[in-house]
Design a protein around this ligand. Structure first.
Ligand code: PLP
Length: 432
């Protein structure tokens, strides 16, 4: 499958090169040249498909023959080796739990898929040059990337995180693995980390010597496998849901964009709700049809504190840049932290369900949509385990959250990081 750059459609790349580059040379996002709907019989019989077979059916056209079928099936079965349960909370409200992976955030699937694709391409190439994944994180991305890439041959990973600004659990997930994973603790904010990374990608004095790639949802191998969540949810609720809506807690809009790709493949979905915190660039766009990026503001759902969501341009493209087509399937609503906390409390008291702040934002968006669409079955995505936002969850619910095994294990690891404060320090670190 070929991909073109959304900046210059004439710039075409194979899947392999799109994965290795991350972003097109003209700085455009890659977009698949075609999306061919699956046969309706697939959706009729979806309950007979194993997770691996389902995933293969959905994703193989996006890889084409660049990874052999058997290898792609192996990758998918490794990537999807945990549960994706739909848990019903009310008559027509359920949550799709995406946090049963190794780092307990939904980013595990995309990070692991990308790691294995890069690992495969690196094994195939006869140059012995490693690829370096350089990534800035405000929390969850770094942990998922570190875990997904651990031990992958031919790939080095350097993660930048803002000193003192990620949770203790998140810091352990970034800094304790060792091997091909290194962590840089940056004296500054997440925006500073992000700025360093962007500068490095454009810095020829670095890129002439090392092959850099990104591992955020700009990368097609991290973005596309997220479509599988929606198929796996549909498989579980097919008999219950005449009309189906998904509410997706959104920051960079990669997850919801992948859901819309699933829709384009024929998945019967009636509506997508992009639920956001007060970083409401997209809700405002849907109201005004004017896109105005802004500096992000901090919230309790901090993985969604994004002021210029990268993937929205892909969503627009999926609807041929036609606002009316987009608005027929997609809406977006924003919520304040107080509302999020109230929703967490309500879910806990009425449904005995502990949601993390991101999932709670998803719940709010869904509740608001269902008010006017009572005949619809709604699923909100629970994108992280509440333990990842332990402080705010325990404080809001006045309860203790049990620490799962995989988190206990990482908490006992030894932190290893290198502190940096300037871009020059990053550069000499990378070139050393
Ligand atoms: C990354 C993340 C999000 C936002 O996902 P996007 O694909 O960037 O919209 C939501 N919730 C959690 C917990 C996350 O880590």
């Amino acid at each position: 499958m070929n991909y073109f750059s959304l900046n210059t459609p004439e710039h075409i790349s194979s899947f392999k090169d799109a994965v290795i580059r991350g972003i097109a040379p003209d700085k455009g996002l890659y977009f698949p040249e075609s999306i061919t709907a699956l046969d309706p019989s697939f959706f009729e019989t979806i309950q007979n498909f194993s997770t691996e077979d389902l995933a293969f059916e959905a994703i193989h056209q996006f890889v084409g023959n660049e990874i052999p079928e058997e290898e792609l099936r192996n990758i998918l079965s490794e990537v999807l080796d945990f549960e994706f349960p739909v848990v019903e909370l009310e008559k027509n409200i359920a949550t799709l739990e995406l946090f049963h992976g190794p780092t307990m955030a939904f980013k595990d699937v995309g990070a692991r898929f990308m790691a294995r694709c890069l690992g495969y391409f690196s094994k195939q190439s006869n140059t012995k040059e490693n690829v370096t994944v350089l990534v800035a994180t405000s929390g969850d991305t770094g942990g998922a990337v570190a875990n997904g890439f651990l031990g992958v041959e031919g790939v080095d990973v350097v993660i930048l995180y803002p000193k003192g600004k990620v949770s203790p659990i998140q810091e352990k997930q970034l800094t304790t693995l060792g091997q091909n994973i290194r962590a840089l603790e940056v004296e500054g904010s997440f925006d500073d980390c992000q700025a360093f990374v962007k500068k490095a990608f454009l810095d020829k004095s670095i890129t002439d010597h090392i092959k850099l790639t990104s591992a955020n949802s700009i990368n097609v191998a991290r973005w596309l496998p997220q479509m599988l969540y929606y198929f796996l949810a549909y498989k579980q609720v097919k008999n219950k849901a005449e009309k189906l809506a998904f509410s997706v807690p959104s920051g960079n809009f990669g997850n919801i964009c992948a859901g819309i790709v699933a829709f384009k493949l024929g998945l019967p979905v009636d509506h997508f709700i992009a639920s956001t915190n007060i970083n409401r660039v997209i809700p405002d766009y849907m109201d005004t049809q004017t896109y105005t990026p802004r500096a992000s503001k901090p919230t309790i759902s901090n993985a969604m504190d994004v002021g210029d969501p990268s993937n929205f341009i892909r969503i627009q493209k999926l609807f041929s840049n036609d606002y009316d087509q987009l608005a027929a399937l997609f809406s977006s609503e924003s919520f304040e932290d107080d509302q999020t906390k109230a929703a967490m409390l309500k879910l806990f008291i009425e449904n005995e369900y502990i949601a993390d702040p991101h999932g709670a934002v998803g719940y709010l968006g869904l509740e608001s949509y269902l008010e006017y669409h009572p005949d619809t079955y709604g699923i909100f995505l629970e994108t992280a385990h509440p333990v990842k936002f332990l402080e705010v969850v325990e404080e809001t619910l006045h309860t203790k959250v049990a620490i799962p095994k995989q988190i206990q294990k990482v908490m006992s690891g030894q932190k290893k990081s290198v502190e940096i404060a300037t871009y020059e320090q990053l550069k000499s670190y990378l070139l050393d």
